[in-house]
Design a protein around this ligand. Structure first.
Ligand code: F6R
Length: 234
């Protein structure tokens, strides 16, 4: 793991943009994307750059079950607002949270990932060490799957909803095995509340109790963190 500690999110987002530029120059075609607060400044940097994505494909990590892409709380809507409306891509894939047959949907999503190998995957990290919606205890061998969200994730994500009760209880998420297929991964984390998970990911044992620790087993991972998120590192 290459760990880059920066002063703040803006500095980290600019480093992320530089890496995207390098990957595009080297021929990258497919970008794995995340939602949440972590990549928002990074997406702003992309929007304000002159990088062209009209021949690139994006594949997002996850989507809530039960929400249509036009629902303001859906991850597709989030991505449209924060990136896609301003920076058009050739194709933007997210799981269909409204799919009638979720078993079929997860298989179809794995096929999409296999047909478009991800050159660069962007990740955030949950306070409990989750990546995508792979909560502690998720097997490292699982590909795209339907996840029952933990109470801590429902609570953390309730900030985007009027009530905690409105947060969907399930999501479709790429699995750890799908995520590890990406050629290069960038994980970003900002703030004290991520410090413990970041420490476990970088310095702890590789364990399914802290899903992000699996990144120690991938040979091209760049971790970009601010000083607060890095504050517990040795
Ligand atoms: C989002 C995702 C999640 C988030 C994580 C951190 O697509 O897959 O793993 O990256 O929950 O969320 P934020 O960035 O809101 O702290």
């Amino acid at each position: 793991m290459k760990v880059i500690t920066v002063k703040n999110q803006l500095e980290g987002a600019k480093i992320g943009l530089d890496i995207v530029s390098e990957k595009i120059a080297a021929g990258a075609k497919t970008f794995g994307l995340a939602t949440g607060s972590t990549p928002v400044e990074f997406y702003n940097q992309i929007i304000n750059s002159d990088l062209d994505f009209t021949d690139k494909t994006s594949i997002n990590l996850d989507e809530y079950v039960g929400l249509d892409g036009s629902d303001e709380q859906s991850y597709r809507y989030f991505m449209s607002q924060h990136l896609f409306n301003e920076k058009p891509f050739k194709a933007n894939f997210l799981p269909n949270g409204k799919a009638a047959d979720l078993d079929k949907e997860v298989k179809a999503y794995d096929e999409i990932i296999d047909a478009h190998p991800i050159d660069l995957q962007i990740l955030g990290i949950g306070q409990n060490g989750h990546i995508g919606f792979n909560e502690p205890g998720t097997s490292f061998d699982v590909t795209t799957h339907v996840v029952d969200l933990t109470q801590s994730t429902i609570k953390a994500n309730s900030r985007y909803f009027a009530n905690e009760a409105d947060v969907p209880k399930q999501a479709v998420s790429m699995g750890i095995a799908s995520i590890l297929k990406s050629k290069t991964l960038i994980l970003m984390a900002w703030g004290h509340e991520k410090a413990e998970a970041v420490k476990g990911m970088i310095e702890g044992e590789v364990t399914e109790s802290l899903p992000a620790s699996v990144l120690q087993q991938h040979d091209d991972v760049i971790v970009i963190i601010d000083e607060a998120a890095a504050s517990l590192l040795n």
